[in-house]
Design a protein around this ligand. Structure first.
Ligand SMILES: *[C@@H]1O[C@H](CO)[C@@H](O)[C@H](O)[C@H]1NC(C)=O
Ligand SMILES: *[C@@H]1O[C@H](CO)[C@@H](O)[C@H](O)[C@H]1NC(C)=O
Ligand SMILES: *[C@@H]1O[C@H](CO)[C@@H](O)[C@H](O)[C@H]1NC(C)=O
Ligand SMILES: *[C@@H]1O[C@H](CO)[C@@H](O)[C@H](O)[C@H]1NC(C)=O
Ligand SMILES: *[C@@H]1O[C@H](CO)[C@@H](O)[C@H](O)[C@H]1NC(C)=O
Ligand SMILES: *[C@@H]1O[C@H](CO)[C@@H](O)[C@H](O)[C@H]1NC(C)=O
Ligand SMILES: *[C@@H]1O[C@H](CO)[C@@H](O)[C@H](O)[C@H]1NC(C)=O
Ligand SMILES: *[C@@H]1O[C@H](CO)[C@@H](O)[C@H](O)[C@H]1NC(C)=O
Ligand SMILES: *[C@@H]1O[C@H](CO)[C@@H](O)[C@H](O)[C@H]1NC(C)=O
Ligand SMILES: *[C@@H]1O[C@H](CO)[C@@H](O)[C@H](O)[C@H]1NC(C)=O
Ligand SMILES: *[C@@H]1O[C@H](CO)[C@@H](O)[C@H](O)[C@H]1NC(C)=O
Ligand SMILES: *[C@@H]1O[C@H](CO)[C@@H](O)[C@H](O)[C@H]1NC(C)=O
Length: 787
């Protein structure tokens, strides 16, 4: 009986020969929770709770219901269970008032700062808890960033798996230490927004895009940061809209039962993305534990598949009650582990989404609390991280930091205050409503956005700075005016410094159509630079971008300022005036021109109009070679490489040391070793340590980020092995003249490759190359390692 379920996902995979090469093997049955990793006591409490539930209550526990939050599990008053509140998203409680809008994952990644990433996670967790939300729908490591055009890449960290992995762990441990469950998403290969969901073309149902991927790339690139998330104890994961090897993300037994619950030992629950469930019993058997939003979906045309159907399926014998029990144990174990059964605040009634569910449908079922202001002192971290996530790309003749210039010009639509509202997810105008002309862009749009209780626009922050010493600030924030001769109004001309603010929009639900900042940005920069020989360009928004004007001699400084959150103006002013010495590094590659990147995005008018249900296929033929790994493999020059970023001081590296902890280690982890959350426990054991010394050789205090790159031998690891991969980084702050030694521990996984035949991680026998530097192409020290 069970063995027939996987066929459901495969039945329609007949149209494309290429797609047939990629099939998801059936992996059944769904593994049970064991409580490993420290959740044993919580599991017993969950078991005691499950023992008291009726079948109907069990069905309710795994099915979303209308309520005050983005997703809701109904209360069971007779058991004192007050229900579960799930809220968007990764950088804010999206719809809430009196809550903070933090820097995006992208800015966090550009800071390369583990401590700040942890602090951000903690504060986000505190805000969710304060508003009565048990589960925060974040962080994001899928999309990873296969395509530079990916509309949601900014919600996550970096197309580098290792950097994303480290930062997702810090974020999760931070969030969960505040007593809030993390929901790491979107599992997995949700690498493009275009056709992420099924569509209907001329009355024909067309399936969502299928991401087709080989097993080695799955392990070494896309599954990698999810393994970190599981290792960090993420309470839940959200399965994705897309198909994987032809089978939908929320009913793919290979990815859910096989990779996640069996190989990675995941102890929490898998919830569906909103309306990503396309089956009942088959999805449950494949490993889905919770269906969101459940009973009353967005439109009455979308059935739930769970709810009453779970009850019917158990009663008619097609679904084992043990599997339903395991779903609930997985849902409630993290709840008890985080102490959410005691004194958890009620849902703040103002934090409800505006649209999903009419209040009359749910208000009797939930106890709502009063409005609470959860912002505390979080603004100071937001300001600090916004600056820390800003990367200085160019600084000719030390234009920056500014030294109290008297005549300042500010230009560009991104400098100004918001002019179209404080929320870029608007039901009436659609997800793209943040893409309006005049107004700064602190974070992107869609479910990953936040409602600003205030924003400090760049122009306001610069005016405030100038005022402290009586500077004269002129500004033009209308790009049409700037690009159509409007600069003649300046007096005197030119200002000592002209600061141009550009923005790149991105949102859930759509991919980017250009990597050049919108709103005529090239003309805006060139027109300002034509009259102003000291032009500083600040880019806000999605990444990567290409910078057609970067070699213009009058463009003396460039800052990639990303998505810094509500304190955006203060963050950039701190960097411009040198209160903060920039230490951000690019978490991605900036190419010379857009066409230098592999687009890695499947789309065409023909596809959009196709009535072949299986037309949409994204086959990841590039394997591991995305972002810097792509450019390094081709030896192609870039504008600014992965890991690059300037400072107002200079640094020097010396004295690389390699210490091997375990000589002649077994090539593979022991097959009898414990599976802990994150996989075989031996994968997480340090086998070697690389250390080096860094000195601040300039005359101001500053921080830098030494980076360790590892080169595995392609002769063993396979032909698609990247030239080098990041395997260590540490942000080091130093006073002028100061020296520090830092260490990069290498765990077994860091120096192994995935052996598809043996289905395990394997250490190479030959030499492993090592390099320590300030970027992926500024490698000052080299060494080697044999284990
Ligand atoms: C996808 O198909 C490839 C090729 O058959 C296979 O190696 C890989 O394990 C499959 N992955 C999943 C998740 O089904
Ligand atoms: C899960 O546990 C139940 C007993 O609660 C057992 O019947 C079932 O076989 C177990 N499933 C697996 C995959 O171990
Ligand atoms: C529910 O809470 C009340 C008050 O704290 C307590 O008296 C009662 O025993 C609890 N019931 C259950 C089933 O835990
Ligand atoms: C049960 O599932 C079917 C689709 O298989 C759906 O049409 C129906 O609405 C579901 N029932 C409930 C109560 O969700
Ligand atoms: C049992 O119930 C499920 C859910 O409604 C349904 O999909 C399935 O066809 C039923 N099976 C039998 C044998 O009646
Ligand atoms: C929610 O409340 C409505 C009445 O307002 C009731 O019909 C419904 O059964 C309740 N749902 C749950 C899951 O308790
Ligand atoms: C940079 O400094 C050099 C030497 O002082 C000068 O010749 C050059 O014009 C300066 N360039 C810019 C863009 O200010
Ligand atoms: C874009 O810039 C060009 C060159 O400055 C200008 O001619 C054109 O009108 C601008 N377009 C818009 C929409 O502002
Ligand atoms: C740079 O500025 C100078 C002086 O304002 C101007 O003459 C020159 O044309 C500008 N160069 C560019 C490329 O805009
Ligand atoms: C996808 O193709 C459609 C039809 O040609 C086009 O309208 C849309 O802009 C494209 N999307 C992207 C992200 O390029
Ligand atoms: C890459 O370029 C460098 C310098 O241009 C050259 O020495 C090296 O051989 C090239 N490598 C490959 C793989 O083409
Ligand atoms: C390395 O380990 C293997 C297996 O554990 C053993 O057979 C071999 O003798 C060891 N070699 C050295 C040099 O210790």
């Amino acid at each position: 009986m069970r063995q027939s379920f996987p066929l459901i996902g495969l039945v329609c995979a007949t149209a494309s020969v290429a797609a047939l090469d990629y099939l998801s093997p059936p992996v059944y049955p769904s593994p049970n929770i064991t409580g490993s990793g420290g959740w044993e006591a919580a599991l017993s409490k969950a078991q005691a709770f499950v023992d008291q539930l009726t079948l109907e209550e069990k069905a309710d526990m795994v099915t979303g219901t209308p309520g005050p939050c983005t997703g809701n599990i109904a209360p069971i008053p007779r058991l004192n269970f007050s229900g579960l509140c799930l809220q968007d998203g990764p950088l804010a409680i999206r719809p809430a008032i009196y809550a903070s809008v933090f820097p995006a994952g992208l800015s966090t990644a550009a800071s390369w700062d583990k401590g700040l990433a942890h602090q951000r996670g903690l504060y986000i967790g505190e805000e969710f808890k304060g508003k009565g939300s048990h589960i925060a729908l974040g962080p994001v490591v899928g999309p990873l960033g296969r395509s530079p055009f990916g509309g949601r890449n900014w919600e996550g960290f970096s197309p580098d798996s290792y950097l994303s992995g480290v930062l997702v762990e810090e974020t999760i441990t931070g969030m969960q230490s505040a007593g809030v469950q993390a929901c790491t998403k979107h599992y997995i290969l949700n690498e493009q927004e275009t056709q992420r969901n099924p569509s209907v073309v001329n009355g024909v149902a067309v399936d969502a895009i299928s991401s087709n991927l080989d097993d080695q790339t799955m392990h070494e690139t896309y599954l990698w940061p999810f393994a970190n998330a599981v290792h960090a104890g993420t309470a839940s994961l959200m399965c994705s809209y897309n198909r994987i090897n032809g089978s939908y993300g929320c009913q793919n037994s290979k990815t859910l039962n096989g990779l996640l619950k069996e190989e990675l030992g995941f102890q929490g629950y898998v919830m569906s993305d909103w309306t990503a469930t396309h089956a009942g019993v088959p999805a449950i058997e494949a490993g889905l534990d919770m269906n969101m939003p459940g009973g009353i979906p967005f439109t009455s045309a979308t059935p739930s598949y769970f709810g009453e159907n779970v009850t019917i399926a158990v009663n008619n014998g097609s679904l084992a009650i043990e599997r339903v029990n395991d779903m609930i144990l997985r849902i409630l174990t993290p709840y008890y582990a985080l102490g959410q059964d005691a004194n958890f605040p009620p849902v703040d009634r103002t934090s409800q989404p505006l649209s999903f569910f009419p209040e009359a449908e749910w208000v009797h079922n939930f106890t709502l609390g009063p409005l609470v202001d959860v912002r505390a002192q979080h603004a100071s971290l937001i300001r600090e991280l916004g600056a820390a996530g800003t990367v200085l790309l160019k600084n000719t003749n030390n234009t920056l930091p500014l030294e109290q210039p008297q005549e300042i010009g500010v230009f560009g639509n991104d400098a100004a205050d918001l002019t179209a509202g404080q929320y870029s997810l608007s039901v009436s105008t659609g997800l793209a409503s943040g893409d309006y002309d005049i107004g700064t862009l602190p974070v992107g749009g869609g479910s990953g956005t936040g409602r600003y209780s205030y924003v400090v626009p760049p122009l306001d922050a610069i005016k405030a700075r100038g005022q402290t010493y009586g500077a004269h600030v002129q500004y033009i924030t209308d790009n049409f005016v700037i690009s159509n001769g409007g600069l003649t109004s300046l007096a005197p001309t030119p200002p000592e410094v002209c600061i141009v603010f550009l923005k790149s929009w991105a949102s859930e639900g759509e991919d980017r159509t250009t990597l050049i900042a919108e709103w005529n940005s090239t003309a805006v920069v060139e027109n300002v630079a034509s009259v102003c020989p000291n032009t500083v360009v600040v880019l806000h928004g999605a990444s990567p971008n290409v910078l057609p004007w970067k070699d213009n001699a009058n463009v003396t400084a460039i800052l990639a300022a990303h998505f810094p959150g509500q304190e955006t103006g203060n963050s950039i002013a701190d960097v411009l005036w040198g209160d903060v010495n920039p230490a951000g590094k690019l978490p991605y590659t900036i190419a010379n021109q857009e066409s230098d990147y592999e687009k890695n995005l499947v789309n065409s008018t023909e596809l959009v109009e196709s009535t072949d249900p299986n037309a949409w296929q994204a086959t990841f033929t590039e394997g591991q070679l995305i972002d810097y790994k792509e450019f390094d493999a081709q030896n192609k020059s870039v504008a600014y490489e992965f890991g690059f970023g300037l400072s107002y001081t200079t640094f020097e590296l010396s004295d690389i040391q390699v210490n091997v902890a375990a000589t002649n280690a077994s090539r593979t982890p022991s097959s009898t070793a414990k599976i802990i959350p994150g996989g075989n426990e031996e994968l997480w054991v340090t086998l070697a340590t690389v250390s080096a010394t860094v000195k601040n050789t300039g005359d101001v205090t500053g921080a830098t980020v030494p980076q360790l790159y590892v080169s595995l031998p392609a002769s063993e690891a396979g032909p698609g092995t990247p030239v080098r991969v990041l395997r260590g980084f540490e942000k080091v702050a130093l006073a002028a003249g100061e020296t520090a030694t830092f260490e990069f521990p290498l765990v077994r996984r860091d120096i192994s490759f995935w052996d598809t035949t043996a289905q395990t991680w394997r250490l190479p026998s030959s030499r492993i190359g090592l390099a320590v530097g300030f970027s992926s192409r500024d490698l000052k020290l080299t060494g080697e390692l044999t284990v």
